[in-house]
Design a binder for this molecule. Structure first.
Ligand code: NAD
Length: 463
């Protein structure tokens, strides 16, 4: 193993909170050596055994909830409330997939002509390469490790360089839960392209599951094509919020606040453009803006609700997005106060009078900025909502549930929150359409992503 290390920084305080090995391509291959050696043994364990191990991992995560939340907050900067919620959400993937592990699937059939029998089984796809982002360092890891281990796969995981500590802590808990050596290999590195392309070129790696930006997802899909590697992609989003004139405005304001500001806006499901019916615009803007002004921004240690952005570069980018929107005619209607702390803070900002064609509505903001657009006509609204390459999440707030459902069904997105600002749930199929991704995580579908179908065609002697 190479001796180099890199520092992990708290983006709220700029303190160094840890140091991890900076592994290279040789270490990446050595990790696959161990995962490939462990695969036959792990795949051969009884589903109930894998289920029990994942269940223990769930319990251990809850046992260590406070420590894990503090660790996430220290390397990611999110509030302790958000971090504790993430630990709960992340642990639920181990519980859910411990329950799914004992239902691997399979079938028995009689060929139409009679005689031949078909035995269909779901088998683990093999060594899986997992690549995760920094915004949910625990949940994005468990959402992949849970189903992979349930299916009988072994994994090599590359966490984001900004947040490697949480992944290492989860790996330690998995060992404590009974996961054998080699089944979960974590490779921390600042050379993401080198490590991941080494894995994708390795014939022993049969699967890549990636969560991150659409741009990097495209690169990995191209690399996966060379060896026709089975690929699951959870990519970027550009989630619209629709508020109709008959919506319950209290619910719409509360739901939009969560959809926009959870994780400081650094979520793939974050509300990115907020379309409010003109008849209720003034009321919505006043109430939403007042709530945004009250948001407490600062460090997790100070009990803040909103943390910093992940890096100085990310904060600069979001400040430029605000400036550009103002140049394009938007108005800063409300803003929260900034803290004294030295970190990469950007004030939660509401932008009113945003034009429907403004640049800010086209790309993921990935920060605490809420652009608000007025609408009058439902057909024109749906054209705007669907005029994007992305299709991950969307939110509709409408007074009549039937109208909310009708609108939801016409929005091109994999997940729609109706009268609520959160769609994530381990038992539901998480994923996007269009350039937001391929495949689903969670639910039953998440297990299928780590399985291959095989059938045995059996010559059946007639009696
Ligand atoms: P990113 O694409 O920059 O990085 C994601 C991961 O890929 C990291 O581990 C990174 O080190 C690695 N990586 C970067 N370049 C690489 C390369 N050339 N080859 C191989 N690996 C590479 O994304 P990010 O900034 O960490 O995360 C934010 C993005 O993730 C946003 O676009 C967000 O929408 C998306 N996201 C999507 C989901 C989802 O489920 N759809 C969930 C969370 C985040």
């Amino acid at each position: 193993m190479s001796a180099a290390t890199f520092d992990v920084e708290d983006p709220a305080t700029l303190d160094v909170v840890g140091q991890v090995p900076d592994l290279g391509v040789e270490d990446a291959t050595a990790a696959v050596d161990r995962a490939a050696a462990a695969f036959p043994g792990w795949a051969a364990t009884a589903p109930r055994h894998r289920s029990d191990v994942l269940r223990r991992a769930y319990e251990l995560m809850l046992r260590d909830r406070d420590e894990l939340a503090a660790l996430i907050a220290s390397e990611n900067g999110k509030s302790l409330t958000d971090a504790a919620a993430e630990v709960g959400y992340a642990a639920e993937f181990f519980r859910w997939f411990s329950e799914e592990a004992v239902r691997p699937g399979g079938d028995y059939g009689v060929a139409p002509a009679g005689g031949v029998r078909t035995l269909v089984s779901a088998r683990p796809v093999g060594v899986a390469a997992l690549v995760t982002p920094w915004n949910f360092p625990a949940a994005m890891a468990t959402r992949k490790i849970g189903p992979a281990l349930a299916a009988g796969c072994t994994v090599v995981l590359k966490p984001a360089a900004e947040t490697p500590l949480t992944a290492l802590a989860i790996a330690r808990l998995l060992t404590e839960a009974g996961v054998p050596d080699g089944v979960v290999e974590v490779v921390t590195t600042t050379d993401a392209p080198g490590v991941v392309s080494t894995w994708l070129a390795d014939p022993r790696v049969r699967k890549v599951s990636f969560t991150g930006s659409t741009g990097v997802g495209r690169t990995l899909l191209r690399q996966a094509a060379d060896r026709v590697v089975n690929a699951s992609m959870e990519l970027g989003g550009n989630a619209p919020v629709v508020v109709t004139e008959d919506a319950d405005l209290d619910a719409a304001v509360a739901g939009t606040l969560v959809a926009k500001f959870r994780n400081g806006g650094q979520a793939c499901t974050a509300a990115n453009r907020i379309y409010v019916h003109r008849d209720v615009m003034a009321d919505f803007l006043a109430r939403f803006g007042a709530a945004v002004e009250k948001l407490r921004v600062g460090t997790a240690a100070d009990g803040a609700e909103i943390g910093p952005l992940i890096t100085a570069a990310a904060a600069d980018r979001v400040r430029r997005v605000i400036d550009r929107a103002v140049e394009d005619g938007a108005r800063i209607s409300h803003q929260a106060a900034l803290p004294e702390a030295p970190g990469h803070f950007v004030a939660p900002t509401v932008l009113a009078d945003v034009a429907p064609e403004a640049a800010i509505l086209r790309d993921e903001i990935f920060g605490p900025v809420a652009p608000i657009v007025a609408w009058d006509d439902e057909e024109a609204l749906l054209d705007l909502v669907n005029d994007t390459e992305y299709g991950l999440a969307a939110y509709v707030f409408a007074g009549e549930l039937g109208r909310a459902i009708r609108l939801g069904e016409r929005i091109e997105a994999g997940m729609i929150g109706l009268n609520r600002g959160i769609v994530s749930d381990p038992s539901a199929p998480f994923g996007g359409v269009k350039q937001s991704g391929l495949g689903r995580e969670g639910a039953r579908d998440g297990l299928r992503e780590f399985q291959e179908t095989q059938y045995l065609s059996v010559d059946w002697p007639e009696a």
